[in-house]
Ligand binder design. Structure first.
Ligand code: IPE
Ligand code: MG
Length: 243
């Protein structure tokens, strides 16, 4: 969700006004994803690196997530959404953390859209943590290093219960990944939109999903292979992991 600051600047406003406007887009896109039958929507809300922004902006983002959770949780429950989090939430101040825990608890029985918020998240943090956990298990003798596979790594990521993303959308026009789900997006389809996040609409979201539907995903195989009826056995062995 990029472009809040530039959106604000283009309207002669403070950056925080862009973040506030961005919350409306979160509402719109979450609603649309649920209605379109998307099963998992991961929103990159705040990165590990974002902690290094000016303190006033960090504080305003923390206040905003607290406010947004307060405001949006009843709607999430109503729409059967289950709120989940990935990231180093221990770095969050107690009040924001408590609000987050309450919202997750309140939506725990949701059976519809999984809304995964990446907060205080970075892929390098996540992969480093996975390595540390694996090393610890090996040191304790619970794991034989010779048996480590990519599945072992996957199981130790914060996203272990969820499938890899099919589609990655970046708003704000920059062609980079910015430490987001580096492991998980190995075969994701990528779409960069020039639209600043506060201006991103349901219509554009739907158009991107339509574009995605038209792409041929080969997962390193040939077109002939993936058109063979048994292709599903060759690729993507980890579709559809429901937590
Ligand atoms: C994305 O918007 C929101 C967060 C990173 C929290 P930015 O704040 O990065 O907006 P730009 O990139 O400066 O326009
Ligand atoms: Mg940015």
């Amino acid at each position: 969700m990029d472009g809040n600051g530039r959106w604000a600047k283009s309207h002669g406003m403070e950056r925080s006004a862009g973040h506030l406007e961005g919350v409306n887009t979160v509402h719109t896109i979450t609603q649309a994803a649920g209605e379109l039958g998307v099963k998992y929507l991961t929103l990159y809300a705040f990165s590990t690196e974002n902690w290094n922004r000016p303190q006033a902006e960090v504080d305003s983002l923390l206040n905003l997530i607290t406010y947004a959770l307060e405001k949006e949780t009843p709607g999430l429950i109503e729409n059967n959404v289950k709120l989940l989090i990935i990231g180093d939430v221990d770095r969050m101040p107690a009040e924001a953390r408590a609000r987050l825990d309450r919202s997750m608890e309140a939506t725990a029985n949701g059976t519809g859209l999984r809304l995964i918020v990446a907060f205080s998240y970075s892929s390098r943090w996540e992969i480093t943590r996975a390595c540390a956990k694996i090393a610890e298990e090996a040191a304790k003798g619970e794991l034989d290093p010779a048996t480590i596979t990519d599945e072992t790594v996957r199981e130790h990521l914060a996203t272990a219960p969820y499938p890899d993303p099919d589609l990655l959308i970046r708003t704000g026009g920059d062609f980079r990944v910015s430490n987001f789900l580096l492991w998980q997006i190995a075969y994701s389809e990528i779409f960069v939109s020039p639209t600043f996040w506060p201006d991103f609409t349901r219509e554009e979201f739907e158009a991107i999903i339509d574009n995605f539907r038209g792409r041929e995903r080969r997962f390193g195989l040939t077109s002939e292979q993936i058109n063979h009826t048994l292709w599903k056995d060759l690729i993507n062995p980890q579709c559809e992991r429901v937590p």
